[in-house]
Design a protein around this ligand. Structure first.
Ligand SMILES: Nc1ncnc2c1ncn2[C@@H]1O[C@H](COP(=O)(O)OP(=O)(O)O)[C@@H](O)[C@H]1O
Ligand SMILES: [Mg+2]
Length: 286
């Protein structure tokens, strides 16, 4: 599509276990549910969790895509290397990481840039990164529209690393507006307060995600994003809000199921109205 540019959301952190993969999956699922063509790319090349968290298997991985694009860039079709995740009416594409650690070592930054660059048919591309300022991550942060910088403020060294990470992002000249600071497992009763972290960072958090161990465990066990496994969890609701901020949605979210219900109600109303009209017509013809 000419003039079309995908919005790339990089999910990044300075510690592992801070919720990057959970966030990347739920952003991708939420964006897909809102009707956007979405692709989730697992760039945790050695220990990617996307396939496990979504209980998926795939024929192809990023390693196959790289081999193909290096062999013949002209004929390369990224769709051939993507796997569809489907739940009900909603689906999004997934690019799995290499299956073997050996293959992960062979992944080349330029090839990944080209592969991501070839995903022009998608409205949103969500990148699940690792906790490191590696060459690959820096190149992906450069390509991104938004950096979703996730952190859990439960431990002083984690806060220190988050601050170092944020300062480093600014030193790399990423615009402040491109960096969305997301506090995960936010807990107002914790001894480290969000306000104090904000004072240390010199800026505000963009979004706070609450903690919900049961919801996350259930979602991973079911192999489904939170919205399909625990729709009523405050964490799910918080992800809807975050998705809404990225899509500039002004109204509260209406999920596919609610939209379907809305359609059914409309059609019931319509048949009731038609029934009434029919009844009136019948009355009139008497
Ligand atoms: N908001 C949350 N509430 C409860 N547990 C969470 C939350 N976010 C993440 N977790 C826990 O942290 C673990 C690591 O999350 P994950 O997304 O895999 O982190 P990362 O990709 O940054 O390494 C998850 O398996 C889950 O148990
Ligand atoms: Mg991860």
């Amino acid at each position: 599509m000419e003039g079309h540019r995908s919005i790339i959301i990089a999910v990044f952190s300075t510690s592992s276990g801070s919720g990057k993969t959970i966030t990347a999956i739920n952003l991708a699922a939420g964006l897909a549910d809102e009707g956007y063509r979405t692709c989730l790319v697992d760039l945790d090349l050695q220990f990617g969790d996307v396939m496990g968290y979504l209980d998926m298997v795939s024929d192809f991985t990023l390693a196959d895509a790289q081999r193909a694009i290096l062999r013949d860039e002209e004929c390369f079709q990224v769709e051939d290397y993507l796997t569809e995740y489907r739940c009900g009416d909603v689906s999004f594409a997934v690019m799995p990481p290499p299956r073997k650690i050996n293959d992960a070592y062979q992944i080349n930054v330029e090839a990944v840039e080209k592969i991501i660059g070839s995903m022009k048919g998608f409205n949103f591309i969500v990148l699940d990164l690792t906790a490191a300022f590696s060459t690959l991550n820096l190149s992906m942060l450069d390509m991104s529209t938004v950096i979703n910088f996730v952190g859990v403020m439960d431990f002083l060294p984690a806060v220190k690393n988050y601050k170092v990470g944020y300062d480093t992002l600014l030193r790399f000249d990423y615009e402040e507006s491109k960096i969305c600071l997301v506090e995960n497992q936010a807990d107002p009763d914790r001894y480290i307060k969000s306000k104090d972290v904000e004072r240390l960072l010199g800026t505000r958090f963009y979004h706070h995600l609450p903690s919900d161990d049961q919801a996350v465990t259930h979602s991973i066990r079911m192999g489904r994003p939170l919205m399909y496994s625990v729709p009523l969890s405050p964490l799910t609701q918080s992800y809807w809000q975050l998705v809404g901020r990225y899509t500039n949605r002004s109204k509260p979210h209406q999920g596919a199921r609610q939209r379907e219900q809305g359609k059914k109600e409309k059609s019931r109303l319509l048949s009731w109205l038609m029934g009434r009209t029919g009844w009136k017509t019948a009355q009139n013809t008497k």
